[in-house]
Design a protein around this ligand. Structure first.
Ligand code: PAF
Length: 285
């Protein structure tokens, strides 16, 4: 693999390699096995894969969160070296390289920007759309892989691609979990030991919520989720919503669920000082 940090070098390397399809895996570093699974998903289809490592300032509405976001470039590169091939590229641009001037673009995502994460992190998805569209312009990938853990982000990116009529194919890749069920996330390394010990309650709770749908209605399930999460010391439920896969409209009653649609239970939790998200498919059958 080759590590490149300027756009001009990246573009001339992509051109000279002349390989297709080109796969793209955007990351903010602090890599774990979940990220490697995104790369592995691209390997069989893409003779050239570009992995970006860039902590994007425009998607952080909380400046402290940006400051504390883990940065582990050396171990990230070591991990990527175990899966990437000779031609593949790791792109590690600076903030100045990606944003030579302030990005003032405003994206509109309709309902996708009015639920769940968007309500708690104003401007977050606009920042994600700014950076991902910028990467798409620079790299012109044929396929881009995103983790399903960031369920709303995936829906937003698909909508952005629909609006911009970009030809890139967006692929969602399954959540990878620790042995105890906690969804892998770069933020897990920031959890204090006692909080980390209790963090599997998040997946355990949504798994139970998903099996409750047969007997219980949604308000009861939501209050079960709140009780189960907040029973753990220093855990606070930010939201738990059951939404359809495409528009992410929260459903309030089981009778409003449509047998032809897929639904997901999406949760955000404040675990100590750290915000964690997860989701699970919730089926009526
Ligand atoms: O999911 C992430 O890590 C980031 O939101 C992304 C897609 C790399 C954009 O900065």
């Amino acid at each position: 693999m080759k590590v490149i940090s300027t756009i001009s070098e990246l573009q001339s390397r992509i051109k000279s390699l002349n390989l297709s399809p080109v796969g793209f895996v955007p990351t903010m570093g602090a890599l774990h096995k979940g990220h490697l699974s995104l790369v592995e998903r691209a390997i069989p289809d893409c003779p050239l894969i570009i992995v970006s490592i860039f902590v994007n300032p425009t998607q952080f509405n909380d400046k402290n969160d940006l400051k504390n976001y883990p940065r582990t470039l050396d171990s990230d590169l070591e991990m990527l070296d175990t899966v990437l091939r000779q031609a593949d590229i790791v792109f590690t641009p600076s903030v100045e390289e990606m944003y030579p001037a302030e990005d003032k673009r405003v994206f509109r995502f309709g309902n996708l920007d009015n639920v769940m994460e968007a309500l708690h992190r104003p401007g977050h998805f606009n920042g994600v759309a700014q950076i991902v569209s910028r990467f798409f312009e620079i790299i012109k990938p044929d396929i881009a892989i995103f983790g399903l853990k960031d369920f709303q982000q995936l829906a937003v990116i698909k909508e952005m691609v629909r609006q911009t009529r970009d030809k890139v194919k967006i692929v969602g890749s399954p959540i990878i979990r620790e042995a105890d069920g906690l969804a892998m996330s770069s933020r897990n390394m920031l959890l204090e030991p006692e909080i980390r010990k209790n963090a599997p309650i998040i997946y355990k709770t949504i798994k139970q919520a998903s099996s409750m749908i047969r007997e219980k209605d949604i308000p009861e399930i939501k209050s079960f989720v709140k009780g189960s999460i907040e029973n753990a010391e220093n855990f606070e439920l930010i939201y738990f919503d059951i939404v359809d896969e495409l528009e992410l409209k929260p459903v309030t009653k089981k009778t409003k669920m449509n047998a032809g649609k897929k639904y997901y239970g999406c949760i955000a939790v404040k675990a100590g000082k750290i915000r964690l998200i997860d989701n699970i498919e919730i089926g009526l059958d």
